[in-house]
Design a protein around this ligand. Structure first.
Ligand code: GAR
Length: 201
């Protein structure tokens, strides 16, 4: 699997994926790590791991589709066939999804379809949820939406803060994202309607 990882921030999920590749738990080559923000901390992580990086700033393009066309051109040039969004804070358009059909994944810190969007952990706390969790899913044109490949639940504790809950959720993101990608790499996932056959757990 020829993987690109798209980030906007610190890149801890990127780190988990790079670790899984290094430890041969994930049969993939990371061709490039792309950020839409030059300040993304994850770029340093990638460089330290000897992975190629690129910055494509969305502000330099007239709209989402123009930006996505540039992203597609860059990824094609690097021989990418699969894309993992890992804290990438842009919605991708059909231009992007049609270039990599069924090969774009995202991780979200909630049990979708609950708590989409920003600050999902705070949304879960504010709502009073007793169970929170994380989701890895195929990406479609809606935000935090698309067939679900993997989910993991964590309890919400009485004394949880947004930080403590986020930390517990992040550990689950780091665990299930590489597992989900490995299922895809091994050709074990099949989408039937809205359901993914071969997902986990
Ligand atoms: C992660 O918690 C990820 O699930 C979330 O952004 C964070 C990125 O952290 N993504 C979303 O909320 C998508 N809607 P990271 O840069 O350390 O991987």
């Amino acid at each position: 699997m020829e993987l690109a990882i798209l980030i906007s921030g610190r890149g801890s999920n990127l780190g988990a994926i790079l670790g899984a590749v290094r430890e041969k738990r994930l049969d993939a080559r990371v061709r490039v790590v792309v950020s839409n923000r030059p300040s993304a901390g994850g770029l340093d992580l990638a460089r330290e791991a000897g992975v190629a990086t690129a910055v494509l700033e969305h502000g330099a393009y007239p709209g989402r589709e123009a930006y996505d066309a540039a992203l597609v051109a860059l990824l094609r040039e690097r021989g990418v066939d699969t894309v993992a969004l890992a804290g990438f804070d842009r919605l991708v358009t059909g231009v992007f999804l049609r270039a990599f059909p069924g090969r774009v994944l995202n991780v979200h810190p909630a049990l979708l379809p609950a708590f989409k969007g920003l600050h999902a952990q705070r949304q879960a706390l504010d709502y009073g949820a007793r169970i929170a969790g994380v989701t890895v899913h195929f990406v479609d044109e809606q935000m935090d939406h698309g067939p679900i490949i993997a989910q993991a639940a964590v309890p919400v504790l009485d004394d949880d803060t947004e930080q403590s809950l986020s930390d517990r959720l992040l550990a689950e993101e780091h665990r299930i994202y590489p597992l989900a990608l490995q299922r895809l790499a091994r050709g074990e996932l099949r989408v039937v309607g809205r359901r993914v056959i071969g997902g986990l757990p």
